[in-house]
Design a protein around this ligand. Structure first.
Ligand SMILES: Cc1cc2nc3c(=O)[nH]c(=O)nc-3n(C[C@H](O)[C@H](O)[C@H](O)COP(=O)(O)OP(=O)(O)OC[C@H]3O[C@@H](n4cnc5c(N)ncnc54)[C@H](O)[C@@H]3O)c2cc1C
Length: 287
């Protein structure tokens, strides 16, 4: 959306193809996004950006892009279920999908803030309450240790899985007072204050805890991979300083590119890609 705002204001013809499954639409209220002292709900932020685009007459087409290919002379061809579009440049901003825990209605619980995914975003609001981090890997351990900045009461719950962590990591967790609970999952009850009661098999519940899930993500980078663009080891798109790839005119921005998974970072990358695409078009135009 940011790239499109910039391109529209650079007098470029721009079309947005969006299947409307933004992670931003799951944000109950962001308090770290600059310029919103009282925070802003993810859906409202998206709607404000779409309103800004409508002002410039940018078409936002709700559709799923199925394939992108390159013509012999370099133009890009974008296929949706119903239509085919020719483009000089494409900015891929397809984001990532979160692996969610086996909790009933997990996505709804993310939207309501009962399952959290991003301590950079909302760790501040933990305010020293007890935290449970779901996961059994080095990622969960790293997240639990990151959360130490906000509380001293942290438990890792593996939901019945054996841990896949080095002995050094396990020692470090234990030195930091972070417990690991191995019991299977039974139930998760949402509380009014945003916390949950977490019921585990054959043991005492973890009551009134703030719940984080650290089960990893799946980058939505298949369109880039199928186009022949190089991916990083974690499956995200490899880009240069201008968000460009080895395919001329194909840019990638936001969570689908290795980075912080933050709104501001995604927006900044969208701005960089938009100006790079604009300059690329200028090069092919006569002065
Ligand atoms: C619960 C939660 C809380 C968060 N809180 C914060 C916060 O407080 N502060 C912060 O900075 N960040 C926060 N984030 C992170 C933030 O939402 C993301 O960093 C940001 O949305 C990334 O933007 P993006 O454009 O890369 O991807 P997204 O916003 O995920 O958008 C990707 C878009 O691409 C579309 N798409 C994907 N594949 C296709 C396809 N084949 N065809 C067409 N369209 C497609 C999707 O439908 C989606 O609309 C939070 C995330 C979550 C989940």
């Amino acid at each position: 959306l940011t790239a499109a705002i910039y391109l529209a204001r650079l007098n470029r013809k721009v079309l947005i193809l969006d299947s409307r499954q933004s992670r931003a639409s799951l944000i109950p209220r962001s308090h770290n996004h600059p310029a919103f002292p009282n925070g802003i709900e993810g859906p409202e932020l998206l709607e404000r950006m779409r309103a800004q685009l409508r002002k410039y007459g940018v078409e936002i087409n709700r559709s799923i892009v199925q394939r992108i290919e390159r013509r012999p002379l370099g133009d890009l061809v974008v296929h949706t279920e119903k239509q085919v579009y020719d483009a000089k440049n494409v900015v891929l901003a397809t984001g990532i999908e979160d692996n969610l825990p086996p909790i009933n209605d997990a996505q709804r619980m993310v939207r309501s803030g009962h399952i959290r995914l991003c301590p950079i975003c909302d760790g501040f609001e933990i305010a020293r309450r007890p935290v449970v981090v779901i996961g059994a890997t080095e990622r969960a351990a790293a997240e639990a240790r990151f959360i130490r900045a906000f509380t001293d009461y942290i438990t890792i719950a593996t939901f019945g899985e054996a841990v896949d962590m080095s002995t050094q990591t396990i020692d470090r967790l234990s030195r930091g007072g972070i417990n690991i609970r191995y019991e299977g999952f039974k139930d998760c009850i949402a509380l009014k204050d945003g916390g949950v009661d977490l019921l585990l098999e054959n043991s005492a519940p973890l009551s009134g805890v703030v719940l984080y899930s650290a089960l990893g993500v799946r980058p939505r980078s298949a369109l880039a991979r199928e186009l022949g663009v190089e991916l990083e080891e974690d499956g995200r798109v490899k880009v240069n300083a201008h968000q460009g790839t080895a395919v001329p005119g194909f840019y990638a921005v936001g969570d689908v590119v290795t980075g912080l998974n933050q709104l501001g970072v995604s927006m900044a990358q969208g701005e960089v890609a938009a100006v790079a695409a604009h300059n690329r078009l200028r090069e092919s135009e006569t002065d």
